[in-house]
Design a protein. Sequence first.
Length: 112
Amino acid sequence: MNHMILSNGDYAIGKYVPTDAVLVPPKPNGPYSWNGSQWEFDGYTAFDALNRLRFERNQLLQETDWMANSDVTMTEQWRTYRQALRDITTQTPSLDSDGNLTGITWPKPPND
């Protein structure tokens, strides 16, 4: 497959290469734009960071969802932990250039 920048500036992949398209190396994952000679990292946005935070938070909540079953008695410590996870989006996250979430204080799960 060919990787290209079309005349309108859009990145595309395909077999057919329009005459006015420029062939480029494959686009890296993440927010990159073609600067005319190479892919340039544009930086992550606050929206990207909040989406990453929600994704990681949701994974942690899913790991404890079994405690919410009707035949399980959830302790107050686990209720507090799960609520802290839900409230974590009130913090202001950011992403470093590698896409790692920073600026977040994660709650610690109970030991019981």
